[in-house]
Structure formats: structure tokens, C-alpha cells
Ligand binder design. Structure first.
Ligand SMILES: Cc1ncc(COP(=O)(O)O)c(C=O)c1O
Length: 398
């Protein structure tokens, strides 16, 4: 009997597939704006100097490779919670918030999804349209009913009114996933006034917010980017936050993240955490140690932390400069207005508003690789190539 004969071949992840297609493309002038990683001017996704220093210290001081507990490294959990909620957060002072270490932000999302499915049955989840495609598949895989609220309109603009209108009709008590900053894929973020309006609807409909915080430091700064997360955590009795260290610590492959739970009391928090440990035990048993140990070292040491903040600031400022540089390069082609959103969008991505056919033409004619929905990873650009990209865009837009 051929057991595997019934297994059908499925297409791979489109973004990872794009990476492979890019590698196989022999054209020297090709440009990869697909997968969401930061690249330096040499096109390299660097190991941060703060990470290298922390790793050297760990290598010298580490005494065991024994398992870490189900919630992961306690120092990492404590320091990351402080980074997200603020060191002087009233939730930390009253023991109403704690982190469970997970394999990256994806692991945190999966843990949250299974927690909702197991412990809060019947709740649907509401995702922005568009959103990071894995949100869609991950929550569906966990058995949750997945719904959408509008986020970007047909003119490629943030549509807050449509968002609020739909959230106002969400069944009482459902879960709403919100991007804390640097919305993926659009790059459009809510203003503080918008966030307050979303909060009011969340309160009125008693929704449970699940805030995806994958880009702290890449929008307006490490503190500024946490503004909405902190507003929600301090106003609402219960909030779930998924935090990723992939981008801001450059630890992508080390799979470092956490699910932070904010609850109304220590007793409720402990009950939720007991469930999380149980669910995690059946998913990955205990989380990988190295990335979290690096983050803990950095956040624990004033000198290393300051170096890391400088590095995050530099990455953010460079991405912002690339956005403006591309806009300048597009101006001589008469495309400054068409791409004006580049300047207001935040984070690594820009929703270009290009159609799938234009994205395909860009790839075939110019070797420029974008995700099919028109998302461009601005953080993958090199200053020296802005002119080439502007010319390629002009070819498909004009
Ligand atoms: C919106 C969003 N959430 C979560 C993640 C997960 O990040 P990771 O699992 O690499 O930490 C990503 C990564 O691209 C993302 O864009």
C-alpha cells in the first residue's frame, strides 16, 4: 500500500515562493521587494551589533542547555512585558500582565488562536481586509470562524469610517485583531484619534482585542509605537498582545516572541496562563532558548540596551528616508501624486495600489519582485537602486 498516494501537492507559501523565484532569476539588476526583512545598503539582513555582543556574553556564560519552562525565560518575559507595556505600567505593578515566550510572533498568534478556540468557544475573530495572509490561514487552522473588517478602500486609502461601521456590527464578545503599528501589508496606521474611536467601539461591543505587535520601533519609535497597545491595556480589563522580536532585534530565524496576557486580576491571569502552558506543551513543548536569552541580555544591560535602541532608530530612519527617496525618484516620471502615500505609510511595507497584472509585468519586464497584492517591502531597497525602481514603476504605471 502506498500511504502517500492520497496526498495531493499544494502550492507553497506565495511569499516564500517569491523568494525562490527571485533566487532563480539570473538577471543581475533584479530587485527583491517581496519577503518582509530589513536589508542594509549592501542588501544584507544584518546581525545587530547589540545582538552580537549579547551572543558573545552568552557563549562565555551559558552553563546549561536543559529545557526552559513552558512560559520560557522569566527574565525575557519580564523585560519584554516592560518594553511593550512600559516599565512603570500599572498592569505590571498590580501583577495583571505577564508574557509567555513563543517561537516568534507567529507562535504567539497560534497560541492565542488555540487559547481562544479551547477556552473561549464560539467566539469569531475579525481581521482587517487586507491583512498579513498568515492571519487568515492560522486562525482558520485553529478552527475559529474568520471574518473581516474593511481597512483600505478601492482608492488605496485607509478607510476608518468603514472599519468603525463594521466593528459596530460585530457580535458582542467576539475577538478583533488589530495591528499595533506598521500595518502589514498596507503600511497605513490609525491616528491616535482613530484609535480612541476604535477603543470606544471595542468597549461598547465588549470585544476582546488581540493586538499584533510585530514592528515595535519601526513606525515612529519604540515608545511611540506602543501608544495604542498601552491605551488598550490600561483602559480595558482584558487584552491579548502578540509581540515579535524578529524585526526589531533582527532575530528572524531565532524564532523569538511572546504572547502577553492582560487580565483583570492575578487570579484570572494565572488561570489563563495555566491554559497557555498546557496548550504550548502540545504545540512545541518548550520554546527555543537562544533568541530570548539574547533579548533578555540586551534589555537587562543599560549599555547594550542603548546600543540596541540606536540600531532600531537607525533602521527606522533609513526606511523613512528610502520612502522619501523613492517618492523623489518618482517625481520626474509624473508619479509623485500617484505614490504620495509612500510618505505617510509606516514601517517596512507599502501598499502600492498596483494591480496583479502590473505586479507581474514588473517582475517579467524589470526583475522587480513584489507580492501579488501590490505590497512592496520598502525596507528591502538600496538607495542606489531607487532610480531603477522608479523607472520600472513608470513603465507599468504610465
Ligand atoms: C503582522 C505580522 N504579524 C506577525 C508576524 C510574525 O513574525 P515572526 O513569526 O517572524 O516573529 C509578522 C511577520 O512578518 C507580521 O508581519
Amino acid at each position: 500500500m502506498m500511504h502517500f498516494s492520497q496526498v495531493v501537492l499544494v502550492p507553497g507559501d506565495p511569499i516564500l515562493g517569491l523568494m525562490e523565484a527571485f533566487r532563480a532569476d539570473p538577471r543581475p539588476g533584479k530587485l527583491d521587494l517581496g519577503v518582509g526583512v530589513y536589508k542594509d545598503p549592501q542588501g544584507i539582513t544584518p546581525v545587530l551589533a547589540s545582538v552580537k555582543q549579547a551572543e558573545r556574553r552568552l557563549l562565555a556564560s551559558e552553563t546549561s542547555k536543559s529545557y526552559i519552562g513552558g512560559h520560557g525565560d522569566p527574565l525575557f518575559a519580564q523585560r519584554l512585558t516592560q518594553l511593550v507595556l512600559a516599565t512603570d505600567s500599572p498592569l505590571i505593578a498590580t501583577q495583571r500582565a505577564a508574557a509567555t515566550q513563543t517561537p516568534g510572533g507567529t507562535g504567539a498568534l497560534r497560541l492565542a488562536a488555540d487559547f481562544i478556540g479551547h477556552c473561549l468557544p464560539g467566539k469569531g475573530i475579525w481581521l482587517s481586509d487586507p491583512t498579513w495572509p498568515i492571519h487568515q490561514t492560522l486562525f482558520a487552522e485553529a478552527g475559529l470562524a474568520v471574518n473581516h473588517y474593511p481597512y483600505v478602500n478601492a482608492d488605496n486609502c485607509l478607510d476608518v469610517e468603514a472599519l468603525l461601521e463594521t466593528l459596530g456590527r460585530v457580535p458582542h464578545g467576539d475577538v478583533v485583531l488589530l495591528h499595533a503599528c506598521c500595518h502589514n501589508p498596507s503600511g497605513f496606521d490609525l491616528s491616535q484619534a482613530d484609535w480612541r474611536r476604535v477603543l470606544a467601539v471595542v468597549q461598547a461591543r465588549e470585544l476582546l482585542p488581540l493586538i499584533d505587535f510585530a514592528y515595535q520601533g519601526f513606525g515612529d519609535g519604540l515608545e511611540a509605537d506602543a501608544w495604542a497597545v498601552r491605551l488598550f491595556a490600561e483602559t480595558l480589563p482584558e487584552v491579548l498582545i502578540t509581540s515579535s522580536c524578529s524585526k526589531n532585534f533582527g532575530l528572524y530565524r531565532e524564532r523569538t516572541g511572546a504572547l502577553i496576557v492582560c487580565a483583570s486580576s492575578l487570579e484570572r491571569l494565572s488561570a489563563v496562563r495555566s491554559q497557555l502552558a498546557l496548550i504550548a506543551r502540545n504545540l512545541w513543548s518548550t520554546p527555543p532558548a537562544h533568541g530570548a536569552a539574547v533579548v533578555a541580555q540586551i534589555l537587562e544591560d543599560v549599555e547594550l540596551k542603548n546600543l540596541w535602541i540606536t540600531e532600531v532608530d537607525a533602521m527606522r530612519q533609513r526606511i523613512a528616508a528610502l520612502r522619501l527617496g523613492l517618492l523623489e525618484a518618482l517625481a520626474p516620471h509624473g508619479l509623485a501624486e500617484r505614490f504620495a502615500h509612500l510618505a505617510t505609510q509606516r514601517g517596512m511595507f507599502s501598499y502600492t495600489g498596483l494591480s496583479p497584472a502590473q505586479v507581474l509585468r514588473l517582475r517579467e519586464d524589470s526583475g522587480v519582485y513584489l507580492v501579488g497584492d501590490g505590497r512592496a517591502n520598502v525596507a528591502g531597497l538600496a538607495e542606489a537602486r531607487l532610480g531603477d525602481l522608479a523607472r520600472a514603476l513608470a513603465q507599468v504605471c504610465n
